[in-house]
Ligand binder design. Structure first.
Ligand SMILES: NC(=O)c1ccc[n+]([C@@H]2O[C@H](COP(=O)([O-])OP(=O)(O)OC[C@H]3O[C@@H](n4cnc5c(N)ncnc54)[C@H](OP(=O)(O)O)[C@@H]3O)[C@@H](O)[C@H]2O)c1
Length: 250
């Protein structure tokens, strides 16, 4: 008899779409699914995949690329029908504005559009295909969802919203055969966090607060995403898995 644990992490024949998969965490998740046999489509903001050749935290090898700017609220609704239905949809798009810009209306709105409004836009746009496939939706929020983020109020509020949406869609869409879960990363060096990780003193201070004494990697996040999308997590619904090396334990 076949043991389900032997093939649970085999995504051969599955189509995985990673919104915000052009770089950083989303790119690591995309490559994780590719390594486990999936056909993976990623999106990024630049016109062409060649525009990422020089980018440090981007590897588009073996991935199909499509341009998508989710700040255009209609764009994902136009994109989704042009793709094969997704077995797994990962929403890893995200942005932040520093220098107190998020206290102003323009900065607040810009971050809210990308970090929370677009999450629902994407979920809605792919819902029919995910339901057809009995698929899985994974929403990337942040540990900032669960605490204050001095200086970036829209980022924290949008991530709290994403974690909340994960619960509600988890309940609402279970009846459609879609499992919705989330990941809350701690600190992973990417272009979003270079303001911390490129400064040795700031990085050192953060490392002191991480029990495992290292920053996270996109591969750490890919491990969580593979688990959540797999049959190993078939009874896990509406949960946001904190993947932070223990950062938020105290
Ligand atoms: N890094 C961390 O420590 C950390 C911690 C907690 C949560 N997160 C979350 O993890 C997710 C990935 O972030 P990251 O750290 O990997 O940063 P990243 O490397 O900057 O990746 C962000 C992704 O979102 C895309 N994106 C940005 N603005 C967009 C827009 N208007 N329309 C469509 N796509 C857009 C980016 O496209 P381009 O490549 O074209 O810019 C990129 O693919 C985000 O949701 C972030 O909030 C990160």
């Amino acid at each position: 008899m076949t043991n389900p644990f032997d093939y649970a992490l085999d995504f051969t024949g599955k189509h995985v779409v990673v919104i915000g998969g052009s770089s950083g965490i989303g790119n690591g998740i995309a490559q994780g699914f590719r390594a486990r046999g999936a056909d993976v489509t990623v999106t990024g903001t630049r016109p062409d995949e060649g525009d990422y050749l020089e980018a440090e935290d981007s590897n588009l090898t073996g991935l199909a690329y499509r341009q998508l700017n989710v700040a255009d609220r209609d764009a994902v609704g136009a994109l989704a029908p042009t793709l094969a239905a997704a077995d797994v949809l990962v929403l890893s798009q995200g942005t932040v504005r520093y220098k107190r810009e998020e206290f102003e209306r323009e900065g607040w709105d810009a971050v809210m559009d990308v970090n929370i409004n677009s999450v629902m836009d994407c979920a809605r746009a792919f819902h029919t295909g995910l339901a057809e496939k009995g698929g899985s939706l994974i929403i990337v929020s942040s540990v900032a969802a669960f605490k204050s983020a001095l200086g970036t109020p829209a980022y924290a509020a949008s991530k709290a919203g994403a974690a909340s949406l994960t619960k509600t869609l988890g309940e609402a869409w279970a009846r459609d055969g879609i499992r919705v879960n989330g990941i809350a990363p701690g600190l992973v060096p990417t272009k979003l966090t270079s303001v911390t990780t490129d400064h040795p003193d700031r990085l050192e201070a953060t490392l002191r607060a991480i029990p495992v004494r290292r920053v996270g990697t996109p591969e750490d996040m890919a491990g969580a995403a593979l688990f959540l999308a797999s049959p190993l997590a078939s009874y896990v619904v509406g949960q946001t898995l904190v993947v932070d090396g223990g950062l938020t334990l105290s």
